[in-house]
Design a protein around this ligand. Structure first.
Ligand SMILES: Nc1ncnc2c1ncn2[C@@H]1O[C@H](COP(=O)(O)OP(=O)(O)OP(=O)(O)O)[C@@H](O)[C@H]1O
Ligand SMILES: [Mg+2]
Length: 505
């Protein structure tokens, strides 16, 4: 992974990093708020020896004091002194509890000792520090007193008494927050990298093409507006998603030019990967190019097309197959010019059987005769056999993979199930790709509408994607097999321009 990949990874996993960072910073703030404030009072002790008359004596005395200072620092935090201080102040605490709050440090090469006392109360911190220091002066006097009653060799004076501390020294809120920030960043980045390593979803064009063994013919960006209104109004829409479907349409027209597919099944490995939404918009994009298109709901388990397009759902594919209605009566005109829909009809008890029947093939052939394109929405391949059955009888299959959701092994199995029935795979389509420009997986770049009257176009915040399109396609060979062929890359389509109708085969 180079630096650029790393930056892209962070941008695509910014939620993980952000949440971890927020959690650790909030944790640090909580720790600071929950910590009882502690105040610190300090005194300074000076250790002196009886001065000699000569320079050598003075030097010896000074060395003696410096050596003493180290032992005195130990005594200051000892049990004896703690108990004497408690007794003097009448404190209600144990000697070991007091010791835990006392520290003493001797400055190197000096005869000074700093005594620090921590306490929840600033006044008590001061009192303990002063009392402890005074008791220490007495203790040293007792310890250093020679047996013959002469002056002690060493004595301690309180050089600096404690005062009431104004600010608590604990909690250290700023230090805690900075620690939380650093910890959050390290943890967040670590988690992001880990998630990327264990991520087994399809996220790159290369992986998609490797698994499906076919070219990527489209990459449909995530567009929240599609949740409420799956169908794009191409007449007024030049949004990135509309452009993506126009590119997909153009690619479809490039696929297998000698034997252009006209009955196209749209499927995927698992539910909710955008099959129905994509099928609707492929059909609409083809209709925009003045082709006559029929959209067939081949998903008799979870029929959605009639809901997505506000049509009648009870009459459709299954109705015609059961002989309850002629095809002409089951077809429904939509509000979109050039698009006719055959809904799924009433849900039958045996969808797979019905879809695999001769009647189903005949019906699709009839539709092929009446329309330029027959786009068939279908079920997930790994859930039921319906899609594979439909795919086997189609001119071509488009397999959807939902970006960052479709698992690699699911896609592999889905492709295998298509291969097992000899279905001709036309190409793979990424659905719901992140539309944020910073995504590591976005294949788009921006271009402007030079010389256009911007006022006529809806405002756009993100540029339309121009796919680096798949150049491979599959086609049916004379012996019924599937072969790969190379196709020229598509030239940049002119957004919004309606295409001339191409003569049907
Ligand atoms: N490009 C898109 N941008 C945003 N949302 C989308 C897009 N495509 C599909 N969706 C949403 O994803 C959900 C599933 O879409 P859709 O019904 O098309 O999937 P499906 O594969 O047909 O599902 P099922 O397997 O249940 O038939 C829907 O809520 C739909 O609005
Ligand atoms: Mg569907």
């Amino acid at each position: 992974m180079n630096f650029q990949d790393f930056v892209k990874l962070l941008r695509s996993r910014w939620v993980t990093v952000g949440v971890t960072l927020a959690a650790t910073v909030l944790g640090a703030v909580a720790v600071s708020l929950l910590t009882t404030p502690q105040y610190q009072a300090s005194t300074r002790l000076f250790v002196s020896t009886a001065a000699g008359s000569s320079l050598a004596d003075t030097y010896q005395g000074n060395r003696f004091s410096q050596d003493r200072v180290v032992s005195y620092a130990e005594l200051l935090t000892g049990e004896t002194l703690a108990q004497r201080t408690i007794d003097k102040l009448g404190l209600n605490m144990s000697a070991s509890a007091l010791r835990a709050n006392v520290s003493a440090s001797a400055k190197p090469n000096t005869v000074l000792i700093d005594v620090l006392v921590l306490d929840e109360s600033p006044v008590r911190a001061r009192d303990v520090a002063n009392a402890l220091s005074e008791e220490f002066v007495s203790l040293v006097r007792e310890l250093e007193a020679p047996a013959d009653g002469s002056d002690p060799d060493s004595r301690v004076v309180v050089e600096q008494r404690a005062s009431i501390p104004q600010q608590p020294v604990v909690p250290k809120t700023f230090r805690n927050v900075v620690t939380g920030l650093v910890l959050g960043l390290v943890l967040g980045i670590g988690l992001a990298v880990l998630r990327d390593v264990v991520d087994n979803t399809v996220k790159t064009k290369e992986k998609l093409e490797e698994i499906t063994g076919t070219g990527m013919v489209g990459s449909i960006p995530l567009d929240r507006a599609r949740r409420n209104q799956p169908a794009i109004s191409y007449e007024q829409d030049n949004s990135p998603i509309a452009e993506a479907f126009r590119k997909l349409r153009t690619n479809l027209q490039f696929l297998a030019v000698d034997n252009p597919p006209r009955v196209i099944v749209v499927t995927s490995s698992m539910p909710h990967e955008g099959k129905s939404t994509t099928a609707i918009n492929i059909a609409l994009a083809l209709a925009e190019a003045e082709h006559s298109v029929v959209l067939v709901d081949g998903d008799m388990r979870r029929a959605m097309l009639h809901k997505y397009l506000d049509l009648v759902g009870t009459v459709g594919f299954s109705t015609v197959l059961s002989g309850a209605a002629p095809i002409a009566e089951a077809l429904q005109k939509t509000r979109f010019p050039g698009l006719t829909v055959l809904a799924a009809g009433a849900i039958p008890p045996n969808p797979s059987e019905l879809l695999g029947s001769q009647a189903a093939r005949k019906l699709l052939n009839e539709l092929r005769g009446q329309f330029d394109y027959v786009i068939v929405d279908s079920t997930p391949l790994l859930a039921v056999t319906d899609a594979a059955i439909l795919a086997a009888g189609a001119d071509g299959v488009l397999i959807m993979a939902r970006f960052g959701q479709t698992k690699r092994e699911h896609l592999t199995h889905a492709v295998a199930s298509l291969e097992s029935v000899g279905a001709p795979l036309l190409g793979a389509v990424f659905t719901m790709t992140p539309s944020r420009g910073g995504s590591s997986y976005s294949y788009s770049y921006s271009y402007g509408y030079y010389g256009e009257d911007v006022g006529k176009r809806p405002s756009r915040t993100t540029p339309p994607p121009v796919e680096v399109l798949a150049r491979r396609s599959t086609k049916i060979t004379s012996d019924g097999g599937v072969s790969a062929s190379m196709q020229p890359p598509e030239g940049a389509a002119r957004p919004g321009k309606r295409r001339k109708r191409e003569a049907p085969e």
